[in-house]
Design a protein around this ligand. Structure first.
Ligand code: F6R
Length: 611
């Protein structure tokens, strides 16, 4: 999510760090900072906002040091301001961090009790104090680092300077990427390849549970037992623009592929790994007070993809927690007299946090006395700022205009919300909740598996590429997923696409079915399986070309389909996490095939801040 750079060599570090951070700007960030060791003292400069603000500050406060680290922050814990910006430091340790530390609150209390002063709201600053605490017990730096890492739960990539040793940069990784670039007369560190490419193409990747010590001459790697690890040097052949996209052709594909990781990030710190609890922070507290009201209702407001996530959420919340949920398009809600009261919790879902219609909907809700909970991806954007509580999706910057990873993480938050409400209402036993949470924790692995099977997508792409119309059908919780699948296809490939509930076909849409018209059907084992099979036979007998998403090894119905794509078996509640993946990929490959501008489709903007 955040951008990290580091340099140690025989040149001035400052321009190299700034240049590296500029190369990572495309990822989005809200503050930036750098740290150097100058004459045995840390020199830290941070600024809220764009890199130009940091550069302005450096004009008066620059450094001649030849060792330094830098960071662009995409806020997750704490607002985007200078105090929360990285690098963070203690007396002898300064560091930058990418990732999420789940147990930072517990560690923070421990450190404060021991007399450490922690001033930011981040989950990062405590790491400096943890290492410092070990150093204060006379541990050598590497040992202090390893002992501290063993206390961290969560994901991190860390780049660290030790005030007492201006000849080394220390790195550690678990979950978030980190790479060392090996250059002439100096070495480089970065979270992403683009930051290194101007200096070197020889790189070594830091793997999970590894640490590295980088000096001017070399990089040495160790495992968490302190034993040396031999590493391979790789040659990067990507162009700069390929590198920005992690080697993928488009941001959209990169973002689709990131879904296992960002889903895991969204669950980090919120679901207990033992599977027994759901911790939604301030939002959890708001839910706990409101859910006791006899007339408690939920009203979800959102637009586009976020609205589709809301529709999926309605199925889960009504089913598990028996709370009445209305899901409304923000643009409709804001211009009628919506029935919300102080007993209503309005849930606003927005990736950008700036969508004008959703912002207007929450303002109207508050005017009517409702409380507002937002589910948002951009920390401190307008919607969270105007909400009573927010649950952030930790999808990281989404750059492709068509929303993909934000959708998956929104669904994850809604599922946690449903479990939380059900637990509060005693509608789930601990055992049932634990099973559901375990199934959710399994999802990143199953998504990974789904992403690995591109052959059927390519066959389906071939069949769709020259079509003018395409229909999607699904039932139950897959109905919103087919709406989302159709939206993805229409917005980036410009093929006319519509999603229908299977049961609605006979009420109108079936009139559209003619020879060879493509119908994409989601037909998974479960309650509505037989009904979906009947719907498919209805369209098939009228000449439709049926491309189906079926459960792996579901041999019974395969003969009815022109193409089949296998979805792994999962808890049926959680199938939407798996079925949306091939629909995103299909839209992507069809659009690429038709030569459209995938990342910036015509007439669309990433953040719709006007009506
Ligand atoms: C579709 C898409 C849009 C957004 C919609 C809401 O791929 O990206 O439909 O989902 O404009 O945007 P947010 O979630 O930022 O409020």
């Amino acid at each position: 999510m955040c951008g990290i750079v580091g340099y140690i060599g025989d040149q001035r570090a400052e321009p190299i760090l700034i240049d590296g951070l500029k190369k990572l700007e495309y990822r989005g960030y809200d503050s930036a900072g750098v740290a150097f060791i100058d004459d045995g003292a840390f020199h830290v400069v941070r600024a809220k906002g764009k890199l130009s603000c940091l550069i302005d500050k450096l004009k008066n406060m620059g450094s001649h040091s030849t060792i330094g680290i830098g960071h662009t922050r995409w806020a997750t814990h704490g607002k985007p301001d200078e105090i929360n910006a990285h690098p963070h430091h203690s007396r002898d340790v300064v560091l930058v961090h990418n990732g999420i530390i789940e147990n930072y609150n517990t560690l923070k209390s421990e450190m404060i009790k021991k007399g450490h002063k922690i001033i930011s709201e981040t989950d990062t600053e405590v790491i400096c104090h943890l290492i410092q605490d070990h150093l204060d017990q006379d541990m050598p730096f590497l040992k202090a680092l390893i002992s501290s890492l063993k206390k961290l739960n969560g994901a991190y990539s860390l780049v660290i300077l030790n005030r007492n040793n201006p000849d080394h940069i220390y790195l550690a990784r678990k979950g978030s990427p980190l790479v060392v670039g090996l250059g002439e007369g100096g070495n480089f560190v970065a979270s992403d390849i683009p930051a290194l490419l101007a200096h070197t193409r020889d790189v070594t990747f830091v793997e999970d549970n590894e640490i590295a010590v980088v000096s001017r001459e070399r990089a040495l790697f160790y495992n968490l037992s302190g034993d040396p690890v031999n590493k391979e040097i790789k040659k990067i052949t990507w162009t700069a623009s390929q590198a920005e996209k992690g080697g993928y052709k488009h941001f959209m594909l990169k973002e689709i592929m990131e879904q296992p990781r960002v889903l895991a990030d969204t669950l980090l710190g919120r679901v207990d790994l033992e599977g027994l609890s759901v911790n939604l922070g301030e939002a959890g507290a708001l839910l706990e007070t409101m859910v006791r009201e006899p007339e408690f209702r939920l009203k979800i407001v959102a637009c586009g993809t976020s609205w589709h996530a809301g529709l999926v959420g309605k199925y889960w919340i009504e089913d598990l927690a028996k709370v009445l949920v209305g899901v409304e398009l923000s643009s409709e809600f804001r211009y009628r007299q919506p029935l919300v009261t102080p007993k209503t919790l309005v849930v606003a879902i927005s990736q950008s946090g700036e969508t004008a219609d959703t912002l207007a909907a929450i303002r109207e809700s508050k005017r009517l006395g409702a409380r507002v909970l937002s589910i948002c991806n951009v920390v401190e954007s307008s919607i969270p700022r105007e909400s009573d509580a927010t649950i952030y999706t930790h999808a990281g910057p989404e750059i492709g205009v068509a929303s993909t990873k934000a959708f998956t993480t929104q669904m994850a938050v809604l599922y946690m919300l449903a479990i939380k409400l059900a637990l509060e209402k005693n509608l789930l036993s601990d055992h049932e909740a634990s099973q559901k949470i375990q199934a959710l924790i399994e999802m990143p692995k199953l998504i990974e598996k789904t992403l690995g099977d591109l052959k059927p997508i390519m066959r389906m792409t071939e069949r769709l590429r020259n079509k003018k119309h395409c229909y999607y059908i699904g039932r139950g919780i897959e109905y919103p997923i087919v709406l989302e699948g159709a939206l993805k296809l229409k917005e980036i490939s410009y093929i006319h696409a519509e999603g229908f509930a299977g049961g609605e076909l006979k009420h109108g849409p079936i009139a559209l079915i003619e020879e060879k018209v493509p119908v994409i059907a989601v037909v998974l084992k479960g309650q509505l399986y037989d009904k979906m099979v009947s719907n498919i036979l209805e369209v098939k007998s009228r000449g439709a070309m049926v491309l189906a998403l079926v459960n792996a090894e579901d041999k019974d119905i395969q003969s009815h389909f022109d193409e089949i794509l296998h979805i792994p078996y999962a808890d049926p509640d959680l199938n939407p996490f798996l079925t949306i993946i091939p629909l995103q990929l299909l839209a992507y490959y069809v659009a690429v095939d038709r030569g459209t501008d995938v990342d910036q489709p015509r007439n669309l903007a990433k953040s719709v801040t006007v009506e």
